[in-house]
Structures are given as structure tokens and as C-alpha cells.
Design a protein around this ligand. Structure first.
Ligand SMILES: Cc1cc2nc3c(=O)[nH]c(=O)nc-3n(C[C@H](O)[C@H](O)[C@H](O)COP(=O)(O)OP(=O)(O)OC[C@H]3O[C@@H](n4cnc5c(N)ncnc54)[C@H](O)[C@@H]3O)c2cc1C
Length: 533
């Protein structure tokens, strides 16, 4: 018999195995104690609602039966060297998890990514941080592991629809992530640990006969339009080399603007969608700890505190996004001449700063003014979101000195339309300079942020303070475009064999949901190949 019990322990006791065992035993009847073989922690979370934060724990107690660990997921991977091959464009979480699923289904994945492997990519990140040089093919969004590699590595998703999260987490653990992510209610890996996990996944794919090509940017599609139902036969890489596959999974992420143009060029439908844009907000982590834990100093066993804030201002959501406790703000532009910021953290989350996106929902109807503006020479409202996003990023860049130094403002000053006389310290390595953000941001975004921040200060006493500053601009929350797909076959409705996947297609928002979408798409690919037999 397995008995599930709930424990509530102080931060100190929750890290003391003897105390945990004593608490477990206290929950059992005498006969259960005698027959207990083992117990297993299945869920752990911090509950900071009461005066003293506690850890809530769910524990499975094994009585008269033994705990048997589940079979490793990797046991299912087959050798696929001589099997049918499928192209995967993009080595992000969607692409890599699609590849692992293909291995399980006996299909050979051939992965093409414009960026470099995790190790080589690190040099390009250093060049952005230290010299302000953005390589359009290797940066915080592009390269092995995708946008998720040098991130916070938060592994939770609100989506319960796309499949179970646990197999994704177990796959990450089998590739080197800490097993803590299996029990943490808010698991994260950290950008110092993620590259190793990503490299191990690559090795699994190669060991089973999959192929991975870096610095292979897909620049065109090879289509067969001879029949009544057109299909994709392959892709062109770096304008020169051709690759063919039985199907193509397009998992290029939210920043591959050239892929949207390519689809448009081939008259394949893309759709505009709502997204969000704003700033990063940075507080001292000690202040967020005090607000959330109501303690002068955070207990050693407690994690750096996080928060989630949301309110409505003039019929638009304003919300915190991708919060990075104990983290760093990073430059996430994907082309020269843009300024984009995002957040990441190391596994220990021990930087003295807390940062979060603070964004305003942008709806397609807000952007009618862009109908008459061109995107790369194209006048089509479908690109309005991209035009708007890029315009803000370029304006932020143009306000500076040509480097990746970012405009910033203390938040009370921002809400009172005052340029800050000076700024506080920041985690953002390229540096920040004082600027009137209310003038650099689009007015409908700035106005709503100015109303929301004091509201958030009422919900969280101490949050609305000049100790916090905003940094511009957080513009890549999600893609302003969707690549449609049939709900059943998961193929593009106009092109047989093309499987839009992950965040760039509008079917995921984060590492875990992208990974789950990758798995689902791989299963749909297998169905297509089986039907063809
Ligand atoms: C700094 C940062 C921090 C983040 N923190 C978190 C977090 O903590 N938790 C979380 O859940 N999410 C986080 N995210 C978001 C998360 O990384 C993405 O949601 C996720 O990576 C999307 O996965 P994907 O596979 O769909 O696309 P991506 O990860 O964007 O991968 C797309 C891949 O396609 C490649 N590609 C693009 N165009 C081409 C082309 N033409 N040819 C070949 N290859 C191409 C790119 O090089 C890239 O590797 C963060 C993002 C950033 C930038």
C-alpha cells in the first residue's frame, strides 16, 4: 500500500532528514509504522502566506510494499541510422524533444540550426555582453538549446493540455538535471547547468543515429507543387545546400523573423496574434525577500523569493512575466541595431537582484496605424506586430550610444514622468543609462505601466519604490505571429509534411510547453509516415 501524507515543516526542519522522518512517522498508525518500507518526497513548495514561511511537502509512504523506480525514458530510444529521416529546423526545446520522440518512434531526426553548439555559443554571448556585438545567428535566442539554454530554466507551465509534464522533467534529469526538479512545485535548472543538459541530449540523439548540423540556417523550402495537395520535400541551408526528409518540423522560435518572411514568400498562411511588450523591472532581491517572506533577512533554507503580479488597466492586462529571482538581466537582441532585454539566473539564484518582465498586452487591433508601414518592403497588416515590435527595439537602441547599454529609469520617477537624476546598481552587464522611458515606450504601453506599478505597490508593500528601476525593452515575450496548423494532423493547412512547432509557431510559451509540443508533433509525424506506408 502507498499512503500519501502532507507535511508542513519549518525551513530548518524541512532540510533535516531526521526531522522529516519523525514527521512522517507521526502521521502513521502503529501497524503502518511497523510495516513501512520507505518513503518518498513527491512534492515540495514554499508557503509564505502565514507570518513564518513553511515548506509544504507531499510524501508517499510505502507500507508492506517496496518502492520501484520507473523505467528510464531513454530505454525506448531506437537505433535509427537506416530509418526514414525527418528534418527538424531548430535545436531549441521543441526541436530537441521532437528529436528524442522520433528516436522512440524509430525515425531518424536530422536537426538543422542556424546557431552554434552550446560551448561555441558562449563566446558570442560574451561578445554581446562585453562588446555590444550581436551575431544574428548566435545569441541569447539562437543556437543549440534555443532561447532556453541561457535562461532561468524555469520549468513550469500553466498548460495542462499538451501532455504530462513529468516525462519532460524525467528526460531532463536523465540528461543531467538535478532530481530536485521532480519534486519542486516551481522547478528550475539555471543557466550554468542547462548547457550540460542540452549537450547530453545532443549526445543521446547522435548515439542513436540522429544527425545534428550547427551553423545551418534554413534559407528556403523545397516544395512540390505538382500535385493538387502541395508538399514540402526539404529545405535549403545557407542558400547553397539541400536537405531532404519525409517531413519537416519547423521549430524556429519566436525570433526567427526570416522564417515568417519565407512562409509569406511561398504564399503559406501566417496569422497575426496578440502578444505583450514592456520592460524588465529590477529590485534588490533582499527587498523582494522582505516583501514576500515578511522577514528582515531570508532564512538560509528559503529560496530567493519570487512574485507574480497582474492587473487590468484600461481593458488591457499588465503583468509580470518570466520572473528571475536572484537573477540577471541579459541582452537578448537577435540583430544589430536592436535593444531587447530578458532575464536569466544561475542554479543557486544568488545574485543580489531580482528581475521580471513587466509587460502590457498588445492586441492586433492596437496596431492599425501600422497598416501603411512596410516590413522588409512588404505592406501587409499581418506583419503589424513584427513592425511594432521591431520599431520599439530599434528606437531603444537608437536612444543609446550604439552599444547594448540600455535605457533605464527609477520606477517612481517613471510614473511621475521625471528623468532619474541617477540610477541604482544593476545586474545588466552592458550597463544602463538614465532615460525618459515614458517617451521611448509606445504611449499606450507607458501609460498603462505608469498606472499599474503603483497598484502593484498597494498589493505588495515596498514594491513601488525608487530602489527599483525599469530597463528597456522586454519585447520578445512571445511571437506576434502564428503559423497555423490543422488541429488533427498538426500540419500546415496548405502544405503537406510541414509541421509548425513550438513557440515560433504560436503553440508554446516556455521551455516545458515547447518540449511537450515537440513530442506531440513528432507523434503526428509518425502517423503521417505510417499512413504513407
Ligand atoms: C533569456 C531568456 C530567458 C528565458 N527564460 C525562460 C525560463 O526560465 N523558463 C521558460 O520556460 N522559458 C524561458 N524563456 C523562453 C524559452 O526559452 C522559450 O519559450 C523556448 O526556448 C521556446 O522553445 P522553441 O524550441 O519553440 O524555440 P527556441 O528555443 O527559440 O529555439 C528555436 C531554434 O531555432 C533556431 N532557428 C531559428 N531560425 C532558424 C533558421 N532559419 N534555420 C535554422 N535554425 C533556426 C534557433 O537558432 C533556435 O535554436 C526564456 C527565453 C530567453 C530568451
Amino acid at each position: 500500500m502507498i499512503k500519501r501524507i502532507n507535511l508542513s515543516l519549518s525551513p530548518e526542519d524541512s532540510h533535516d532528514e531526521t526531522k522529516i522522518r519523525a514527521a512522517v512517522i507521526e502521521h502513521l498508525q502503529a501497524s503502518e509504522r511497523i510495516n513501512m518500507t520507505s518513503y518518498r518526497l513527491v512534492r515540495k513548495s514554499v508557503d509564505a502566506r502565514s507570518r513564518q514561511p513553511v515548506f509544504r511537502m507531499q510524501v508517499d509512504v510505502y507500507i508492506t510494499e517496496q518502492y520501484t523506480p520507473p523505467q528510464p525514458i531513454s530505454i525506448n530510444y531506437q537505433q535509427v541510422q537506416h530509418k526514414k529521416s525527418v528534418l527538424i529546423v531548430g535545436a531549441g526545446p521543441a526541436g530537441y524533444f521532437a528529436a528524442l520522440q522520433l528516436l522512440a518512434l524509430g525515425i531518424q531526426p536530422i536537426i538543422l540550426d542556424r546557431g552554434k553548439d552550446v560551448r561555441a555559443r558562449r563566446r558570442d554571448l560574451k561578445a554581446i555582453q562585453q562588446d555590444g556585438v550581436v551575431d544574428p545567428n548566435s545569441n541569447y535566442c539562437f543556437g543549440e538549446g534555443g532561447a532556453g539554454t541561457y535562461s532561468d530554466g524555469k520549468l513550469y507551465t500553466r498548460s495542462k493540455k499538451r501532455g504530462k509534464i513529468e516525462p519532460i522533467l524525467r528526460t531532463l534529469v536523465e540528461h543531467g538535471a538535478t532530481s530536485e526538479i521532480l519534486i519542486d512545485a516551481h522547478p528550475h535548472i539555471g543557466s550554468n547547468k542547462l548547457p550540460k543538459v542540452v549537450a547530453n541530449i545532443r549526445q543521446t540523439i547522435i548515439d542513436h543515429g540522429g544527425l545534428i548540423h550547427f551553423e545551418h540556417k534554413v534559407t528556403d523550402f523545397i516544395l512540390d507543387r505538382t500535385s493538387s495537395s502541395p508538399s514540402i520535400r526539404g529545405v535549403v541551408v545557407n542558400d547553397t545546400k539541400e536537405f531532404f526528409g519525409a517531413a519537416t518540423i519547423l521549430a524556429t522560435g519566436h525570433s526567427a523573423r526570416d522564417i515568417y518572411l519565407l512562409l509569406y514568400k511561398h504564399q503559406l498562411r501566417i496569422e497575426s496574434k496578440d502578444f505583450a511588450l514592456g520592460v524588465r523591472i529590477e529590485h534588490p532581491q533582499s527587498l523582494i525577500d522582505q516583501i514576500q517572506y515578511r522577514q528582515k533577512k531570508r532564512a538560509l533554507q528559503l529560496p530567493a523569493a519570487s512574485y507574480a503580479l497582474v492587473c487590468q488597466v484600461e481593458k488591457r492586462g499588465v503583468f509580470s512575466f518570466c520572473m528571475c529571482p536572484g537573477g540577471l538581466i541579459v541582452p537578448a537582441a537577435t540583430a544589430p541595431g536592436e535593444l531587447v532585454v530578458n532575464g536569466m539566473s544561475l542554479s543557486r539564484r544568488d545574485s543580489p537582484y531580482s528581475n521580471s518582465g513587466m509587460v502590457v498586452a498588445v492586441e492586433t487591433k492596437d496596431l492599425a496605424a501600422y497598416n501603411n508601414k512596410s516590413y522588409e518592403g512588404i505592406y501587409d497588416p499581418v506583419f503589424n506586430g513584427l513592425k511594432f515590435q521591431q520599431e520599439v527595439e530599434q528606437k531603444m537602441f537608437a536612444a543609446g550610444d550604439g552599444s547594448q547599454q540600455a535605457p533605464a529609469q527609477r520606477i517612481v520617477d517613471f510614473c511621475q514622468n521625471k528623468t532619474s537624476k541617477n540610477l541604482g546598481n544593476t545586474s545588466y552587464i552592458p550597463g544602463i543609462y538614465s532615460a525618459p522611458m515614458q517617451n521611448l515606450l509606445p504611449a499606450f504601453v507607458a501609460n498603462r505601466l505608469q498606472k499599474a506599478l503603483p497598484e502593484f505597490g498597494k498589493k505588495k508593500k515596498g514594491y513601488y519604490t525608487n530602489e527599483a528601476q525599469i530597463v528597456g525593452t522586454e519585447s520578445r515575450t512571445s511571437s506576434p505571429l502564428r503559423i497555423p496548423r490543422d488541429a488533427e494532423s498538426l500540419m500546415h493547412p496548405q502544405l503537406k509534411g510541414l509541421f509548425p512547432c513550438g513557440e515560433g509557431a504560436g503553440f508554446a510559451g516556455g521551455i516545458v510547453s515547447a518540449a511537450m509540443d515537440g513530442e506531440n508533433v513528432a507523434k503526428a509525424v509518425a502517423e503521417l509516415l505510417n499512413a504513407k506506408k
